[in-house]
Every structure is written in structure tokens, then in C-alpha cells.
Design a protein around this ligand. Sequence first.
Ligand code: SAM
Length: 247
Amino acid sequence: MFDKLYRGEPTFDGAPPPTGIPWDVGQAQPRLMELEALGGITGEVLDIGCGLGDNAIFLASRGYSVTALDGSATAIERARGRAAAAGVDVAFGVADATDLTGYDGRFDTVIDSALYHCLDDDGRRSYAAGLYRATRSGARWHLFCFSDGNVNGVLAPRAEVPEQNIRDTLTANGWRIDFLGPTTYLANTSSFAGDPNNLPEQLRRQLPPEQLELMQEVAKRFAAIVPLLDDDRVHLPFTVVHAVRVD
Ligand SMILES: C[S@@+](CC[C@H](N)C(=O)[O-])C[C@H]1O[C@@H](n2cnc3c(N)ncnc32)[C@H](O)[C@@H]1O
């Protein structure tokens, strides 16, 4: 699904080609930049589910040694192009976050900018365990994912991750949560603002009623605010987690 989106192809049968990539804002996430400025990034960095690479490129430009991995080969190819244009070195690679091998004991800081909520429960458990193996003593994991909050009335466009899910998954796999709280994530409105009534009937029938209801509410709110936005950008409600690897 993600690779098709990065190639600009319909992500399911009967869908129109995507109008954009909602998380492609052409810059690092503002909350990640603040975290870096406040000293939250140390040592060898892993940006997992790096997408088009803007967070990794920002950190490399600040002098960090960064490995950036994603399951989509197209995303990684495009991210390499962006890093070359920015004149920075990032060790990009294609990898499945739920089956992370070959990186044992490598990293001191992990950045997860909107990956965790893409995984199902089994995937989240394997991912958390894999990150434990891939990190060193005292490593920190900064995780950003959809929340059930709202930012001045803007809702997350898909199901949020319950706090208890994060707590259970991380603590069961060797991570201690030092902080969990609300934050925001910068996105553009492409493919969030669409009315779910325009989806192919076959797809609509597969979606749970509460998901359709949420999509309708999100589309209604976005329709009202899109004409007011600068550069089509919107701040989405997220949760941020700062966790430490327990030895
Ligand atoms: C919402 S995007 C966020 C991209 C980027 N971190 C950002 O904030 O701009 C989620 C990314 O996770 C990647 N992804 C999803 N499942 C994955 C998996 N199992 N292993 C590795 N990457 C995955 C997708 O290809 C996509 O690039």
C-alpha cells in the first residue's frame, strides 16, 4: 500500500490516483526539531519508517550519524535523492520494522515518526522487541503516533492508538516509558479531506462503521478549514512517548 502511494498509484482497486502524500511536508517535523534542540538526540540514530527522509536529513544536517529505514523501496529511493540534494549523508535502507535483523546493538536513539500506528498488534510487539535488540544500553525511543485528541477541532484522520496499547507493548518488550502525552504532527490535507461517500462501494463495505463515521466527521471539519490553511498544512493530534531501554 505504501509503496503504491509513493509511486503515485491507486492504493486499492477502484481508487483514484493519490493526490499527494499526507505526511510529505518537505521538512522535518517541528516537534522533532524541538526535541533535537532540547538535547533529546544522542549517539547513533535510527529513523525507522523514515518515509521520504526529511527527519533523517535534518538530523544528519545537525551532525548526527543516522540510519534511516523504511519498508517501501520507492520511499527510500526518493529519500536518497533528497539527501543528495541537501548534501548530507544518511545510511538509508529498505527493511521491515516488524522483522528487524542485522542491526543488533547499533543504536542509541530511535525516532518513530508516525510508524507505530501503521502496525497491527502483533507487528507492534515484534517491532518493540526488534528495537530492543537493535539498541544499546540506555537507548531512548521517541515515538509519535495518532491520538484521540483534537487540535482546535481537527481530529486524527484514522483510528488513534489507545494509551494502554502503547504502555503494554513497550513495557512487555524491555522499554520503560518516562513520558507519554499529547503533541502535534504537521501534515498536509491531501487524502484526508476526501468524503468517504466517494469511495468505491466495495471498499466502503469493508470498513467498520465507526471508521466511516470518523472519516465523515474528519472530511466535514477539513472541508470547513481547508480554505483557511497556509500551504494546505494542518497540525494533527498525536501522542509522543519518550521511552528508555531497560537493561
Ligand atoms: C505515516 S508514514 C511516516 C513517514 C515519516 N516517518 C514521516 O514522518 O514523514 C509511515 C511510514 O512507515 C512505513 N512503514 C509502514 N509499515 C512499515 C514496516 N512494517 N516496516 C518499515 N516501514 C514501514 C511506510 O512505508 C511509511 O513510509
